[in-house]
Write a new protein. Structure first.
Ligand code: GLN
Length: 285
């Protein structure tokens, strides 16, 4: 039989031969998952001489095989840490990205913490659940995908978030006028023609519904902004993630609509990543 250390080394070599990035780290994460029992990577080194059970070896082999086929590690381990909390993910939801944490940061910096919030296109619920837990605001989760809503509701429950609904909705369509004080959203915004250029991990494994936003990717923002201006109370805020070439078009839309105070936040790589704006406080103005 193999020891933990030998399995780890073999896994790393197999992944490296398969041109999987971060091969050693991936081998560590998958072996922890195969061992179960909430082990973390440091345990692997503390117990490097332990023998692997046959069952663990079988599980580990299956996970390595899945990763070699392109399946993202997070769909194998079914978890992703985001804004300091552990979210469960499934192939029904996008794996929450670190750069999306800027949505929370911008909202915390700009949005008053009173009233009700909604996460439109919530996927795993990362944004809405985090916002609820950070601010205490009652928050609704909305998504077109009922499979995604089940994942989001599960995360809300597991993390103890006061979510006031998980609602199937095409963007804002299911909601009435002037109900919310803040709309948060990371909508699908990748231009359809970019599909073929995506990494296979994204293209072949993550949900197309959560990725593609139309021929140029900005079409969805016209609908999102129209819906948000209807369901927000006057003076309410929208904070949304954007695609890296979308900023000029979205600022144009905001300037042409009932919005003010539009601001763009860049991500750590310097790309425009989050746009926030306020609905006119008084529509008659
Ligand atoms: N940032 C994601 C990616 O690059 C896309 C997320 C989205 O469309 N909202 O894969």
């Amino acid at each position: 039989m193999l020891t933990v250390r030998q399995a780890l080394d073999q896994g790393a070599r197999i992944l490296e031969d398969g041109a999987v990035g971060a091969a050693r780290l991936t081998s560590e994460v998958l072996l922890c998952h195969a061992l179960g029992g909430g082990r973390d990577r440091s345990d692997l080194y503390a117990h490097g001489d332990d023998e692997l059970s046959e069952l663990t070896w079988i599980h580990f082999g299956r996970y390595l095989h899945e990763r070699l086929q392109g399946k993202p590690t997070q769909y194998i381990t079914k978890v992703q840490e985001w804004y300091g909390r552990e979210f469960r993910v499934s192939p029904a939801v996008l794996i929450p990205r670190p750069e999306t944490e800027h949505v929370i940061e911008v909202a915390l910096a700009r949005v008053p913490r009173t009233g009700r919030a909604i996460d439109i296109g919530c996927g795993s619920g990362a944004i809405g659940v985090t916002w609820q837990l950070e601010t205490g605001m009652p928050t609704v989760l909305a998504d077109l995908s009922t499979d995604a809503l089940a994942v989001a509701a599960g995360n809300a429950r597991a993390l103890g978030a006061q979510v006031t609904g998980a609602v199937a909705s095409d963007l804002a369509a299911a909601f009435g006028e002037a109900q919310f004080d803040v709309v948060l959203s990371n909508p699908p915004y990748i231009p359809d023609p970019e599909r073929e250029h995506l990494q296979r991990e994204v293209r072949d494994f993550e949900p197309a519904l959560a990725l593609f936003g139309g021929p140029t990717g900005v079409e969805i923002y016209a609908r999102l902004l129209a819906g948000a201006s209807r369901i927000l109370k006057p003076g309410g805020w929208i904070v949304m993630e954007i695609g890296y070439q979308a900023q000029p078009r979205i600022l144009e839309m905001l300037h042409a609509g009932p919005w003010r105070e539009a601001e763009t936040q860049a991500d750590l790589a310097g790309w425009p990543r989050v746009i926030s704006a306020q609905l006119w406080p008084n529509r008659a103005e």
